[in-house]
Design a protein around this ligand. Sequence first.
Ligand SMILES: [Zn+2]
Ligand SMILES: [Zn+2]
Length: 439
Amino acid sequence: MPRQTTCPFCGAMLRSSARFCSMCGRDLRRPATPRQRPARSRFRLSCGGLVIGVIGLILICGALNALLPDRAVTSGTADQERQQSVGTTGNDTPTTRPPTPTATQVPSAAPTVTVAEPIIAGEQPLEVHVIDVGQGDSILIRTPEGKTALIDGGYDNGLALAYLREQGISQIDVMVASHPHADHIGGLVEVLRALPVKGFWTSGATHTTGTYEQLLDAIDAARVPYYEVQRGDTIPLGRLSFEVLHSNPDADDLNNTSVVLRLAYGNVSFLFTGDVEAAAELDMLSTVRERLNATILKVAHHGSRTSSTAGFLAAVQPRIAVYSAGRDNNYGHPHRETIQALQQIGAEVYGTDEHGTIVIVTDGVDYQIQTGYDRPPTAAPEMPGTAPSSNNTTQGDRDCRNFATQAEAQAFFLANGGPARDPHRLDGDDDGIACESLP
Ligand SMILES: [Zn+2]
Ligand SMILES: [Zn+2]
């Protein structure tokens, strides 16, 4: 049975893939208003509820705009800042004004991020964390004003959620599922059940798996606004926004349904590609080639040879390429030819299998890469300008700080694949015993 949805304007029943209402002719896919979740009758919203919700949202947006006049980007200021920030990474045209510096200083010990009272401190950097979740993708973004986005969550192995907790994240403002494969959405289910999520964005592609069902259940249970995006849409993240460069729920291969996002902060830009393969890359080359250029590329599909075609990499021209893949995974990711192709175009390549969690910190002019082995061992979030601590955990039991006892660590280690997977290298000396340093 085809998925169905209700027109938010006239209440007509429509196929969920419809772009225009066949009754009233309104465009169903453009507005950034909450859409109905993929249809399952027990969760279907009434049309009246939807209309009231949409009207309510419009009123709230109006009120917010009145309260926050400085949200508008003035081109003069943006131009000035563009001129000031001609620097080391100038392969990008800034499209978003960096936050206005203010006198407000955030106490260096402030561990939590709240959205009710956004932290606004112009000197704070943007952070992009490519989290080591084993075989899978999960990317955390923290903006200078304290907003958070999570693109994918890896498998349901608890690693993404554990990392968010370790970072002191108390809320996710923007959650994106690039596509419905379990190595991208499994961990999102765990986060949805544990933390407040302010909005969920995806292509609208569905899947028949239990994990996908759990994802819909978790979105419903937490009453998270659900949005489907298409190319050309933007996803707001405080004063920044993601630009949607690809999203195709009707693609033959689920990987090619992936939502591809570009995020620019000053002169530094990021391209998040999900698991797109050659067909989707070709599609982007013929539609948004001039938007693909990015300083930092999250390499598509875990570094698979089915992605990262020569034409695509030539259009992106990344300085830094980061892939996420599990150590000794069964797919052979990343493929050697992909790494070579990235190196040939001059990109510095980082991977979670080799470097653990990879954090890119940027002020919009320069950027800095911190790898898992550089990260301070404490759970305290980092403040701008903090040099990576030299007081590291050993390379062996490097994530054992997440456990109180060796027995606890051992149980987690075995439940997550034991010696064969060990994505966080709890068993540094490969003797089958995790975290021997713990009591
Ligand atoms: Zn994947
Ligand atoms: Zn996939």
